[in-house]
Design a protein around this ligand. Structure first.
Ligand code: MOS
Length: 749
């Protein structure tokens, strides 16, 4: 992989900084949730339903209860009172509406019907296998296709008269694009380790949002929120699957309370496919109307996304559609047919990623219908304001430059449009492109920065690092503000007891935490200056605050070289203080008058090359050039890792990933790492990541918008365009399968 940052910076902000938590992770000392271990800890193993729809008519736990080491079997009959979270409470977002074991209705295969707790994991698993469940089965809705939906649709965005404009448009595209159910596959399994101390509980969780998790658990367990603490020191990724709590956390908490012992409950990989969310299947009808010279006249985007029987989950496929292009007549509608599957959950780039697959595929088909270069079509229809929302100006949009830079780096001008017309080393090449976008905003955040008499600097914030580099970003900002070396900075995150921080979602953490950290550092420095001026024996005793500077960890007179100053640790010791700390806050974008007036998004362009070998029907994504406009890039190393990882995930989305449900039982039949294909190193193309690095003024001092998700947007549409260019086969349902390509007429390389 190669990375370029257009404007290099000498400061640590914008410097490719290695992860400060790297040594802990690579030496195995980083504690993931399932690594927590306590004396007398018991182990919980759930029993999962083997039908997709019906009722429990009998539950025989008598065998399990007699098994060696078994301590407790929890189920509907003895779980006791659990509560739902308050609807509409944004601070208490749960994954499932229903609390665990709330009723005896089965709504999806794998739903928990009981949980066995025993002295050892093996004893719990053996006993769980003996629990006998009888069901009164009902017909299950587990078919994938959503086209039979005839219920209501919600209009998400509308302007002009798209139907009339489409009807009279000289050039049209009218196609449906389908994305399958995909399952989050973080390496780290979901786990809860629960420890009670009287009526207070600590949950070691695999959580992308410890603050929200705490409030949800308080509500579900019926506890005062101050009695609940949630800890997530490290995450082995999550992709959105760990944003909100899942039922196993409350099951473990109840078991631990009843037994008065710590309890660990870790899901296995099969449960990861049925009980902790998935990206819902989408079927998206795109209608595009254009003039003969390629100007968009009409855009319709009507999507369906599947949801569960109880949860109203909307994938939001039309997120990017209303603002990406300039078009006078547009409507986006959505609806959510129900199936007997578990609750869907946000998965990397929710809404925009499947939505842009459909919209950008439609644009590529329109370019072909117009006999026009798809790059020209994008540039021609680029929008200079957000037409969806009172013609709001964009805060900072450089999509055209993404395309221009990407085209140059990729060599797009060498493209010959004919199907199968490009060859290299006996292989047919296909080239395709697509645009990308993703939302940006600042969430509220509070961080506390502390200077210690031991010479260390410490920051506390109740956010967490999903694996993207959040620890390092905190240290970078503190180093920039104070000059204290990285190895003397302690970043304390992943604990709901710290000042409230954002969840690791929506690519929003970096943009949300920066201002709070910087403000905390500035406030703490001010307090240091006050201490220096008020401490007897300090070289700055009775100096005016304005005359005291702070450089590279030292206080000094403004007219004195920093090297002749006094280290903050010495000042604190003179003052007999163990440390001083101060708080900093981030104002959310929706409370910022300037940010409220602009449309805030990141942009990108994806250029993809595939190699097609028709003799052996082998398709490979060989090269991807990605250009990203995500505001200022704080850590180009971690950021490029995010984009490259997302591109690899895009190869999986384009060619491999799909969760398949058994039509008899509703079981995900490829619910394991052997049968559910994710892109591996062998599937990874050569990836070139470029950041434009324009600070976004609406994002505050640092101008960063975040990069976790945008790298995945557009990749699949660029892949299917490249596949068409190579093979002449237009695939409109992901993933592209080899059997889709067998009818290709291009048989000689
Ligand atoms: Mo991301 S799907 O918001 O974790």
């Amino acid at each position: 992989m190669s990375t370029t940052s257009v404007s290099a910076s000498a400061s640590i902000i914008g410097n490719p900084t290695p992860r400060i938590d790297g040594p802990q992770k690579t030496t195995g000392s980083a504690e993931y949730s399932a690594d927590f271990h306590f004396d007398r800890m018991a182990h919980a193993v759930p029993v999962c339903a083997s039908i997709a729809s019906g009722r429990i008519s009998g539950l025989d736990i008598s065998g399990a209860e007699k098994m060696p080491g078994v301590l407790l079997v929890l189920h509907h009959g003895n779980i006791g009172q659990l509560y739902r979270t308050v609807p509409g409470d944004d601070n208490a977002t749960n994954s499932e509406v229903r609390s665990p074991f709330e009723d005896e209705v089965i709504r999806h295969w794998g739903q928990y019907v009981a949980v066995v707790i025993a002295e050892s994991l093996e004893q719990a698993a053996a006993a769980a296998a003996t629990v006998k469940v009888e069901y009164k089965k009902e017909p299950a809705l587990v078919h994938a296709a959503l086209g039979d939906y005839d219920g209501k649709r919600k209009s998400v965005s509308k302007r002009g008269d798209p139907d009339a404009a489409f009807a009279s448009a000289p050039v049209k595209v009218d196609q449906t694009y389908i994305t399958p159910i995909e399952t989050h596959n973080p390496i780290e399994l979901h786990a809860s380790v629960v420890v009670w101390d009287g009526d207070r509980v600590t949950l070691y969780e695999t959580s992308q949002g410890v603050v929200n998790h705490r409030v949800v658990m308080a509500q579900v367990l019926g506890l005062p929120v101050e009695n609940v603490r949630v800890v997530t020191r490290f995450l082995g990724s999550g992709f959105g699957g760990k944003l909100f709590p899942w039922p196993h956390a409350a099951m473990a908490a109840v078991a631990a309370r009843k037994l008065d012992r710590p309890v660990k409950l870790s899901l296995n990989r099969r449960m990861m496919f049925s009980n902790v969310g998935y990206r819902p299947r989408t079927e998206q009808h795109i209608k595009l109307g254009a003039t003969k010279d390629g100007r968009l006249l009409a855009l319709r985007h009507d999507y369906l996304s599947v949801t569960s029987m109880l949860d109203d989950f909307d994938e939001g496929c039309g997120e990017a559609t209303p603002y990406l292009y300039s078009v006078a007549n547009l409507e986006v509608t959505g609806a959510q047919p129900r199936r007997n599957f578990g609750a869907p959950m946000w998965m990397r780039g929710p809404g925009a990623v499947p939505g842009l697959y459909a919209l950008e595929s439609g644009m590529n088909e329109l370019a072909d219908a117009l006999n026009m270069d798809p790059l020209q079509l994008r540039l021609l229809n680029d929008s200079d304001k957000d037409e969806s929302d009172k013609n709001k100006p964009f805060s900072s949009r450089h999509l055209k430059e993404c395309y221009d830079t990407g085209a140059r780096k990729f060599g797009w001008e060498k493209r010959t449009p004919g199907i199968g017309s490009m060859r290299r080393e006996g292989k047919i090449l296909g080239w395709g492109l697509a645009g990308a976008s993703w939302v940006a905003m600042r969430l509220p955040c509070t961080a506390t920065v502390e200077f210690g008499a031991n010479g260390r600097l410490c920051v506390r914030c109740a956010t967490q690092d999903v694996g993207t580099g959040t620890y390092t970003i905190f240290a970078q900002v503190l180093h920039e503000k104070t000059g204290v070396p990285l190895d003397r900075i302690d970043v304390l995150i992943g604990d709901s007891g710290f000042p409230s921080g954002p969840m690791s979602g929506g690519s929003l953490v970096t943009g949300s935490v920066l201002n709070a950290i910087a403000a905390g550092a500035n406030n703490a420095i001010k307090r240091l200056q006050q201490v220096a001026a008020s401490t007897t024996g300090s070289p700055y005793h009775e100096a005016s605050i304005e005359s005291i500077a702070f450089t590279a960890g030292r206080l000094h007179k403004k007219d004195q070289p920093a090297a002749d100053g006094t280290h903050f640790a010495d000042i604190l010791q003179m003052a007999k203080l163990s440390g001083i700390s101060a708080e900093g806050k981030t104002v959310p974008t929706w409370e910022d008058p300037k940010a409220k007036e602009v449309s805030l998004h990141s942009y990108g362009a994806q250029f993809v090359e595939v190699e097609w070998e028709p003799e052996i029907a082998r398709l490979r994504v060989s090269r991807v050039v990605t250009v990203i406009d995500a505001g200022r890039i704080i850590n180009p190393k971690a950021a490029a890792n995010q984009i490259a990882g997302a591109v690899v995930m895009g190869v999986g989305m384009g060619l491999l990933e799909e969760t398949v449900y058994d039509q008899r039982t509703g079981q995900p039949i490829n619910g394991n790492f052997a049968d559910y294909l994710v892109a591996t190193c062998a599937d990874a193309p050569e990836i070139d990541v470029t950041f434009l690095d324009y600070p976004d003024p609406a994002m505050g001092e640092y101008g960063a918008r975040g990069v976790g998700e945008i790298g995945l947007a557009g990749v699949a549409a660029a892949i299917t365009a490249a596949v068409y260019h190579a093979t002449g086969i237009r695939v409109r349902e992901l993933p592209v399968r080899i059997e889709d390509l067998l009818p290709s007429k291009i048989l000689e390389a």
